[in-house]
Design a protein around this ligand. Structure first.
Ligand SMILES: Cc1cc2nc3c(=O)[nH]c(=O)nc-3n(C[C@H](O)[C@H](O)[C@H](O)COP(=O)(O)OP(=O)(O)OC[C@H]3O[C@@H](n4cnc5c(N)ncnc54)[C@H](O)[C@@H]3O)c2cc1C
Length: 390
């Protein structure tokens, strides 16, 4: 009987979290195996993301992880020579009502503790940043110039290539069916094609992460929540920041509308449906395009002539409190989790990955471990604390 192949670390999932994790581990000389059931890199929820990347969150841990991610994305071309579509256009949250204004202003003090470059601009300042914004009811808004956008597919492909150049082995089209346990230690995985051993197994399986945890007897609450998005044909550059309109939609079926123009000139957009659609259905709904079109045109009337090329529906791996799950699995050794990324796994991916790699290599996260305590897999997921900008 052949012995299972041995690695230092196995990463389950070549997605928003798994790819940068493999890269940071391989960069330090570890022998890394990455397994994904899909046919190539970033084909899970990674490619559903519209590519917004920001550090301007409301939760301190997410602010710090976002800052680490931004360092990676912004410095990627210099580090590797590869263009991943990084556009430093900033994020803008315009306020059209008093409630949104109060929420956003209330967050500024936390955000500034982390030295985020974020300012409150008056209506004039916002209209100078967001060309063509509807001035009706516009009170002002927050603007964080260091945030931006990245192409999720270009990024995942580049992480995979760079990890591979450093020796990481990728096996696509291979599904993890069970974990190999020795006592309370996770020491490997069994797939539909073989068995592999490693001293650390990293669960970065996105919406499949709860199933992977269950293979080790670990329970984590991750519920797939579906969200739709779309992209236009390229148009001449007119919009620099990614815009988030936190108002509930007038039709009552949406909240937060997000949109921006990517580095190829395409306008990319999505909203948060209300109530949420739980489950794994990825068929586009008939209501998405008319609803999102009405909201986009309300915010920037000149978008009425935009030609939409494609829409899609993907899944957020949601947690009950809207906060990711990052750290060692409870009551198991050798089993590290970077899961439950909700609607922000692409932007948090490299920051989470740097901390996962640091845990494996140095036994502690890259940031202060107290800061990451609220993300612990052992926390009370149903406590009252909820992320304001999830
Ligand atoms: C419409 C929409 C817009 C979004 N916009 C943004 C955005 O602008 N910015 C942002 O940060 N986030 C955004 N997101 C959220 C983002 O896409 C997710 O949070 C993120 O991709 C999750 O990353 P992940 O690594 O956890 O999962 P994934 O990227 O899905 O990776 C998990 C991988 O694990 C693999 N896998 C699972 N189970 C197994 C198994 N048993 N065996 C082998 N492989 C397995 C899967 O095939 C998959 O490739 C958006 C999501 C949607 C739907």
């Amino acid at each position: 009987m052949t012995q299972p192949a041995e690695f230092d670390a196995i990463v389950i999932g070549a997605g928003s979290v798994g790819n940068p994790t493999a890269y940071f581990l391989a960069r330090e000389g570890l022998r890394v195996l990455v397994l994904d059931e899909l046919s190539s890199s970033g084909q899970g929820q990674n490619k559903a993301a519209i590519g917004g990347v920001r550090a301007s969150h409301s939760d301190p841990a997410k602010i710090r992880l976002g800052q680490l991610s931004l360092e990676v994305f912004a410095g990627w071309r210099d580090a590797t020579g590869t263009d991943i579509g990084w556009k430093k256009g900033g994020y803008c949250f315009p306020a059209f009502d008093e409630k949104v204004e109060e929420t956003l202003q209330g967050l500024l003090s936390v955000q500034r503790q982390f030295r985020l470059s974020i300012d409150w601009l008056d209506a004039e300042g916002i209209s100078n940043r967001v060309t063509g914004i509807n001035r009706a009811g516009l009170r002002g808004g927050s603007y964080s110039p260091d945030d931006g956008q990245v192409s999720p597919l270009k990024a995942s492909e580049s992480f995979t290539r760079e990890a591979g150049r450093r020796g990481a082995v990728y096996r696509f089209g291979e599904t993890v069916r069970s974990l190999v346990l020795e006592g309370s230690a996770v020491v490997g995985v069994r797939t539909d094609q073989g068995e592999y051993r490693a001293s650390v197994v990293v669960n970065a399986a996105g919406v499949g992460a709860a199933r992977i945890c269950a293979m080790a007897g670990v329970t984590i609450p991750i519920l797939p929540e579906s969200h739709e998005a779309g992209i236009s044909a390229p148009v001449r550059e007119f919009l620099n920041p990614l815009v988030v309109d936190l108002r509930p939609g007038p039709e009552g079926r949406t909240i937060n509308l997000y949109f921006g123009q990517d580095s190829d000139g395409q306008v990319i957009f999505c909203y948060t449906p209300k109530p949420p659609f739980y489950g794994e259905n990825r068929t586009s709904t008939v209501e998405f395009m008319p609803t999102v079109a009405a909201r986009l045109v309300e915010v920037i009337p000149r978008l009425k002539n935009l030609m939409v090329r494609r829409v899609w529906r993907g899944l957020y791996p949601m947690t009950p409190d809207g906060i990711p799950i990052v750290g060692w699995a409870p009551n198991r050794s050798g089993f590290l989790l970077g899961v439950g990324m909700c609607g922000q796994g692409f932007m948090l991916g490299p920051g989470v990955a740097r901390n996962l790699a640091s845990w494996v290599l140095r036994g502690r996260p890259e940031v202060d471990s107290d800061l990451l305590a609220p993300l612990s897999p052992s926390r009370d997921f149903f406590a009252a604390r909820k992320e304001a900008l999830k």
